[in-house]
Design a binder for this molecule. Structure first.
Ligand code: PLP
Length: 406
């Protein structure tokens, strides 16, 4: 496979790395008996779901579009897969569309549950008469504890929209009870190791422990960085088993997004021009603002490789970035938009960068494709996969994809 054979720009899944992630998740599933759902919010690259389906129990959806994608491309109750939906607030028309496909609906308030519980009851009678699994209903709670930084990713900051706080839970309990509630859900992690889950569970139990044994399941949310090299998988399995020992009839759900797509592919772009303004600035056909928004939002600096062609034998020469200011040749990488801050970062190499070189940004499958936009009319990168060491182009975009959105 040659990198120069890939159209630029393009997101490329590396299927062997993707399967490696899925193997780890599958190991957690079988060792702990917890169910693991794919969170589409972080990874909706459905062109790989034929692979993922064999390893995971279903999908976690944040609303009607994600639920529909899960239903069409991953499968729902008809094929024994779960479609677990959470939204901060559902509209009537959304619930109507969710009822035929969701297996679990999680509400963010007692009021929303009350508003829709009769509709769910009617749907469940119908499902029951057909011998199909009923829709299970959950409440998202806020255990008032999260170690996530920065605050934009922390669902437990004061004034958060996400999850019922303990005092509101008590009020709801007194007014409506929990009859008809099958599960509780918390989602308070982001890129965290299993020790954070252990500490979080203490807070969850402190506030909501009295209700756990009344539930069919507890959903521990996403943000578990299970496939990262230094993640303590054994500890996670211990935590899950301990929980199962204390509450034997209660199932556990985990819903990772990032951990599914973690380090499973790259974004490749090319150097279109190199200008000089106190330093060398390379202008690429990939953009931080349009294609890698977390570079600006999180913020973080992706790892890169530079790929050039050897003039003598035509081979591809690959050089890894040497770090900020370490290599002899230093470049700032920026995108093709008019946003002054569309800067990906500073990189350095032992050999000079040339116009036409390819730049490979590592770990670009999660929270990138799903966040793409056509700001400034910048073309959307193509989508491809490396299967059996061969590149396969899956989808390219065109002008009409931009026009139709405006
Ligand atoms: C974002 C989110 C997830 C997935 O989180 P990751 O950090 O991608 O693992 C799971 N569940 C809910 C409710 C979420 O909002």
């Amino acid at each position: 496979m040659k990198y120069f054979d890939i159209p630029s720009p393009c997101y490329v899944l590396e299927e062997d790395k993707f399967k490696h992630n899925l193997d780890i998740l599958n190991l957690v599933r079988s060792a702990s008996k917890a169910k693991i759902l794919l969170a589409l919010k972080g990874y909706a690259f459905w062109r790989s779901f034929d692979i993922a389906r064999d390893y995971l129990d279903g999908c976690c959806a944040s609303g009607i579009y994600e639920a529909l994608l899960a239903f069409e491309e991953f499968g729902g109750r008809e094929v024994q897969k779960d479609i677990c939906v959470f939204s901060p607030a559902y509209k009537d028309c959304e619930i109507d569309l969710l009822l035929p496909i969701a297996t679990h609906i999680i509400f963010n308030s007692f009021a929303q549950w009350q508003k829709f519980k009769d509709k769910i009851k009617i749907k469940n009678k119908q499902l029951d008469s057909l011998g199909l699994c009923k829709i299970e209903v959950g409440l998202r709670v806020n255990p008032l504890y999260s170690e996530v930084e920065p605050p934009i990713y922390n669902p437990c900051i004061p004034g958060s929209r996400l999850g019922i706080v303990p005092s509101e839970f008590q009020r709801g309990l007194e007014e409506f009870g929990l009859e008809g509630i099958d599960g509780l859900h918390f989602h308070t992690h982001c890129e965290q190791n299993s020790d954070a889950l252990k500490r979080t569970l203490e807070h969850f139990k402190k506030h909501f422990g009295d209700y756990i044994s009344k539930m069919k399941w507890i959903n521990f949310g996403g943000g578990h960085h299970i496939t990262r090299i230094d993640y303590d998988v054994d500890k996670l399995i211990c935590i899950l088993k301990d929980f199962k020992n204390s509450y034997s009839d209660v199932d556990i759900f985990l819903e990772p997004g990032e951990a599914v797509g973690w380090q499973s592919g790259f974004l490749i772009g090319e150097v279109v021009d190199i200008i000089y303004n106190e330093m060398n600035v390379a202008i690429l056909d990939v953009s931080a603002a349009a294609h890698m928004p977390d570079c600006l939002e999180m913020p973080y600096r992706p790892n890169v490789k530079k790929i050039s062609i050897n003039d003598i034998n035509g081979d591809e020469l690959i050089e890894e970035d040497k770090g900020i200011g370490v290599g002899k040749y230093i470049y700032r990488f920026g995108g093709p938009t008019c946003l002054a801050g569309d800067v990906i970062g500073e990189y350095s190499f032992d050999t000079p960068l040339n116009i036409g070189d390819r730049i490979l940004f590592e770990d670009m499958m999660h929270y990138t494709i799903v966040k793409n936009n056509t700001f400034n009319g910048v073309p959307l990168p193509s989508l491809g996969t490396i299967r059996d060491e061969k590149f396969v182009l899956l989808k390219s975009f065109e002008y009409m994809d931009y026009k139709n959105r405006n």
